[in-house]
Unconditional design. Structure first.
Length: 426
């Protein structure tokens, strides 16, 4: 009897130990992949976080050698094994009075000062440079403009941004601009205008990646019709799982196979969790009903909506759900067309298990548990987007031999330019 009890106790102790060993095996496998392959993240808003800090524009005051109030600092970057980062140099669309170009240059300046300040970062504008930096244990760094309003309808501005290290431009942010429809904006153009198509062609000639996060499906389709280089989605997820306009429909995912592009899956909870999407829809219906019923009593409306919010907390998105999006894109587009675009420091809520830049290995361990091969994990980490960068450079060299910089204008191609509405930040 004592022997049976001892055996039972031994089994009960060894079972969780075995599970822990298996978990550690998947985590070590993830770390092995990230040691051999640069993990390239498509979108981090650290420059905007610094601009919104108590000391705006002051890179020295926002010290990454300490734990920051946001999602990014040097210690957590090391723990997360990040190999390269597209630093977003986002500017809002409501800064027209300040001058889009001036504010955009300030954001580029912030980003470049961050990169210059810390020896852990290295300025890397090509795939070979990123791989070299990774071998040296440094984070390769390049820039991404978020929103075509930043060029103020000027291809000259586009070229100057490229000279300053911008290697992708998101064609729109949250609202429609003069030459492209946004996912959450008015559908004024049916996609890209003639000038919008010229923007894509000039980006191809420069070697600047066309980023289709934030744009409407019609703009996605038009860009895929025009581009001669692979596109990216720097921070988007799968619309079939979370049905929000910011995510990528399956019809577009299928087209990535022939284009060669990559969807870099984001960690924005509202773009990940179907439960959060459903909650937001219900809240919108409740809010509309309250506004109709209490038309002239704003205080009562606020109280009633606050009571509903208290009784109906927002669900939490999970790391497992992020893995679901990655697997869906892999299933529809293929393993060559998926990457990572966290959107850290551009979000207020976080995914459980992916709270900051230290957590990337946990996501790769989850995919390993789901049966992903090391080859596919390496593709997801960085090989796919590095291939896109390499192909974009090849296309650019050819196009630069074939044609000079474009001098076309929006006035000549589309008629008088309209007015761009200010977007909300998401």
């Amino acid at each position: 009897m004592n022997r049976l009890l001892a055996a039972a106790l031994a089994i009960s102790v060894s079972a969780p130990s075995l599970a822990a060993q298996q978990n550690e095996s998947h985590l070590e496998r993830a770390r092995r992949v990230l040691r051999s392959t640069p993990l390239v993240d498509g979108h981090n808003d650290l420059p905007w976080a610094i601009r919104r800090s108590p000391a705006p524009l002051d890179v020295e005051a926002y010290d990454l050698r300490r734990t920051t109030p946001g999602h990014t600092d040097l210690a957590r970057l090391r723990q997360g094994m990040l190999g390269a980062q597209f630093w977003s140099v986002y500017i809002p669309g409501d800064m027209a009075d300040s001058g889009f170009a001036r504010v955009q240059l300030e954001q580029i300046d912030i980003a470049r000062r961050i990169i210059a300040k810390y020896p852990q970062f290295q300025w890397t504008l090509t795939a070979p440079a990123i791989r070299s930096a990774h071998r040296e244990g440094r984070v390769g760094s390049l820039l991404g403009v978020e929103g075509g309003h930043a060029i103020e309808n000027s291809l000259s501005a586009l070229r100057i941004y490229h000279e300053l290290g911008v290697r992708y431009m998101t064609l729109t942010h949250n609202v429609t601009i003069d030459w492209a429809d946004a996912a959450t904006g008015d559908q004024r153009h049916g996609g890209l205008t003639a000038f919008g198509e010229e923007v894509v062609r000039e980006m191809n000639r420069l070697g600047m990646l066309v980023d289709l996060s934030h744009v409407s499906p019609a703009t996605m389709s038009d860009a895929l019709n025009v581009t001669e280089a692979p596109v990216i989605f720097s921070h988007s997820s799968a619309r079939a799982i979370a049905d929000v306009p910011r995510n990528v429909p399956d019809s577009i995912l299928r087209r990535l196979k022939s284009n060669g592009g990559v969807v870099m899956v984001t960690f924005v909870p509202g773009f990940i969790s179907p439960e959060i999407v459903g909650h937001a829809g219900r809240r919108q219906i409740i809010g509309a009903e309250i506004r109709t019923r209490l038309l002239n009593d704003t205080a009562a409306r606020s109280r009633e909506l606050a009571a509903w919010d208290s009784a109906n907390p927002v669900p939490r998105a999970t790391l497992s759900q992020v893995a679901d999006h990655i697997e869906h894109i892999k299933r529809i587009a293929g393993s060559d067309h998926v990457g990572i675009g966290g959107d850290f420091d551009g979000i207020d809520a976080v995914v459980v298990g992916l709270e900051d830049v230290s957590t990337y290995p946990a996501l790769f361990a989850e995919l390993s548990r789901r049966g992903w091969t090391e080859l596919d994990l390496r593709k997801l980490a960085g090989d796919n987007v590095l291939r896109v960068l390499e192909r974009s450079d090849v296309v650019a060299r050819r196009l630069q031999r074939e044609r000079p910089p474009s001098v076309k204008t929006i006035g000549a191609m589309d008629g008088a330019a309209g007015t761009t509405s200010p977007p909300d930040r998401e």
